[in-house]
Ligand binder design. Structure first.
Ligand code: NAP
Length: 248
């Protein structure tokens, strides 16, 4: 099966790309502009499975015309895409009272409009083969977090999009699910998660020493949903949080 993964150059997305390659799939992935990180993922994929087709595409998922053009190119290069994983995401923390229009809209463009453009671009080919797996990466903060209203609202919207897709296309063989990561050690959490939130996590997450998740613990849930084990899972919100179900 061929995958298309957004945000595949770094962090959780890179982990999903490499897990899919490890399991024998070919993977196209999108990234915003970090060519060095993308080249590293491509090289790791080749080392994991020589002969694997794994290729990165520069793309701003918030640009609908660019999404359509890249989707056409990906379908020309890979012939078909069975699995779409929307993992690209950004976080621009601020209190609502001082949040700029740009902070609000840029987070929505990447985290919610992007998945919509990407899914729309691949739906026709999924419908033609009467098979598809759509997996959208949300966040534990979808239920609200101080200083993250833009991020939380975009992720809550992603749930609405996903659950609607499940109802629109389930009968056509296309499932759609959301995975909800808790706290994973990536550039995003290193750069934008306050120390106080990290301490909170360590104190309350019901895991040994309140540990954060490993990227493979999220990536394998995504490939499970895309694989035979996930065939009757549709329209679900699946937390991968170590059991912590509320935020600071
Ligand atoms: N890390 C966590 O603990 C955590 C927790 C909850 C939810 N999540 C969610 O998990 C997903 C991945 O997070 P992460 O921590 O792995 O993030 P990350 O390390 O910051 O990586 C972000 C990825 O998204 C790409 N990207 C950003 N904006 C883009 C755009 N407009 N168009 C296309 N690609 C874009 C980046 O490309 P470049 O490399 O080119 O910049 C990079 O590949 C996000 O949706 C995030 O909200 C993460």
């Amino acid at each position: 099966m061929n995958y298309f993964v957004t945000g595949g150059s770094r962090g959780i997305g890179a982990g999903i790309v490499l897990q899919a390659v490890r399991e024998g799939h070919d993977v196209a992935f999108a990234f915003k502009g970090n060519r060095e990180a993308a080249a590293k993922v491509e090289a790791e994929a080749r080392a994991l499975r020589p002969g694997a087709l794994c290729k990165g595409y520069v793309l701003d998922v918030g640009d609908p015309e660019a999404v359509a053009a890249v989707a056409d190119q990906v379908l020309a290069d890979f012939e078909s895409i069975a699995v779409v994983v929307n993992c690209a995401g950004i976080n621009r923390a601020n209190l609502v009272i001082s949040m700029s229009d740009e902070e609000w809209h840029s987070v929505f463009a990447t985290n919610l409009h992007g998945p919509f453009y990407v899914i729309r671009a691949f739906l026709s080919s999924m419908l033609a083969s009467r098979f598809g797996r759509i997996i959208n990466v949300s966040s534990i903060q979808h239920s609200g977090a101080a200083g993250q209203a833009n991020y939380a609202a975009s992720k809550a919207g992603l749930h609405g999009l996903t659950l609607s897709l499940a109802k629109e296309y389930g009968r056509k063989g296309i499932t759609a699910n959301v995975v909800v990561p808790g706290f994973f050690d990536t550039d995003m959490t290193r750069e934008s998660m306050p120390a106080q939130a990290k301490e909170y996590w360590a104190q309350y997450c019901p895991m040994p020493k309140g540990r954060m998740g490993r990227i493979d613990e999220l990536a394998t849930v995504v490939t499970f949903l895309a694989g035979p084990g996930g065939s009757y899972i549709n329209g679900q919100v699946i937390p991968v949080t170590g059991g912590l179900d509320w935020t600071y």
